[in-house]
Design a protein around this ligand. Structure first.
Ligand SMILES: C[S@@+](CC[C@H](N)C(=O)[O-])C[C@H]1O[C@@H](n2cnc3c(N)ncnc32)[C@H](O)[C@@H]1O
Length: 329
């Protein structure tokens, strides 16, 4: 969910045609990539998390992540990392790539986490990931699918950059949650929470049906291994009147019920990449999001040998956004 003050800051950015090799291969390339919900200059971390009002949700998510994350791994991609709220929870991985479309979110993350060879900051669009096929043995996407008009394309992009059997932890907002079901049954909500299509309740903010996401994960090349139902007690009244630790403990107890039914507002899934992933050519890491030419990891700006586009590296952030829309940062 977004903070109340964010929607007016949300900018729609329509990008160039997608040159992504995996999507081209699958013949599902759209004429234009979908719009991005841009958090540039947003104070999301400060107003949504740091006030303490969502301490319960944060604690519930920490428990879910602990349950789903592998004990160790080498390279994790954090998709829609924002200001890096969850990054310290990925201690088992040798390196973490924080990816976000918003450069200002990444600057906040860098300020919070500091500079270390363990963290790489990359400004890019999830629909046009600038990495070699099969690069990551782990990936997470928390509170970010929420902004995807085309979750199927987003998931296909994630699969492209995953190594064989790589682990992908996805959180998404569940349209078929207790509250929406109840509201629908008593006639206080027009949309049907049981229908499989997403509901866009604010521009570029979507809640999804669990069956739809399960299907799209499978179609993208992921095998669902675990589901957790999270944040059952997301209610301002409950959080005000019941002790924080009681709510957290009850949620912890209920999370595993996600394996059988999914009626909580947030769902966490753990999937593994199915099928083959190619070996990475020595020394290559990035991939030009415009022409798919391989690019090395180098902490300086570089010119793509394939299409001549210059990709910049400044303030510790790799910038692989190809958008020249003056509205973007
Ligand atoms: C609600 S915030 C979640 C941040 C973080 N995962 C957390 O849970 O605290 C969603 C983030 O997704 C990013 N985002 C949205 N659409 C994106 C896209 N197409 N590509 C990359 N990042 C995107 C936004 O910039 C924002 O930082």
């Amino acid at each position: 969910m977004l903070p109340a003050n964010l929607p007016e800051r949300v900018k729609l950015i329509y990008n160039y045609p997608c040159a992504n090799s995996y999507l081209a291969m699958n013949n599902s390339q759209p004429a234009e990539t979908p719009p991005v919900c841009d958090y540039t200059d947003s104070d999301y971390q400060a107003t949504f998390w740091d006030t303490g009002e969502r301490r319960y949700e944060d604690a519930a998510e920490e428990i879910a992540l602990k349950r789903l994350l592998p004990a160790s791994g080498s390279l994790l991609l954090e998709l829609g990392a924002g200001a890096g709220r969850n990054t310290p929870r990925y201690q088992g991985y040798q390196r973490v790539v924080l990816l976000d479309y918003s450069r200002t979110q990444l600057l906040q993350a860098r300020q919070r986490l500091g500079d270390s060879p363990r963290h790489l900051y990359v400004a890019a669009d999830i629909y046009k990931l600038p990495f070699m096929d099969g690069l990551f043995d782990g990936a997470t996407m928390i509170r970010t699918l929420h902004h995807m008009r085309r979750p199927d394309l987003a998931l296909a992009n994630v699969r492209r950059v995953m190594a064989q059997s790589g682990i992908f932890i996805l959180e998404y907002a569940n349209k078929r949650n207790f509250k929406s079901v109840l509201r629908y049954l008593v006639g206080r909500q027009t949309w049907n929470p049981f229908q499989p299509d997403p509901v866009e309740f604010v521009k570029l903010n979507f809640n999804f049906h669990p069956q739809t996401i399960r299907l799209q994960l499978r179609q993208a090349g992921f095998k669902l291994e675990k589901q957790l139902a999270v944040s059952h007690f997301r209610s301002a009244w409950l959080k005000r009147h019941l002790p924080h630790q009681l709510l957290v403990n009850l949620d912890k107890l209920l999370q595993p019920t996600g394996a059988f039914w999914q009626y909580s507002p947030s769902l966490f899934t753990r999937s593994s990449a199915t099928g083959l992933s190619p070996a990475i050519p020595a020394g290559m890491f990035f991939q030009c999001p415009l022409c798919a030419a391989p690019l090395p990891e180098t902490d300086q700006s570089q010119t793509c040998p394939g299409c001549g586009h210059e990709w910049t590296f400044a303030d510790g952030i790799y910038d692989f956004r190809d958008n020249t829309n003056p509205e973007s940062d």
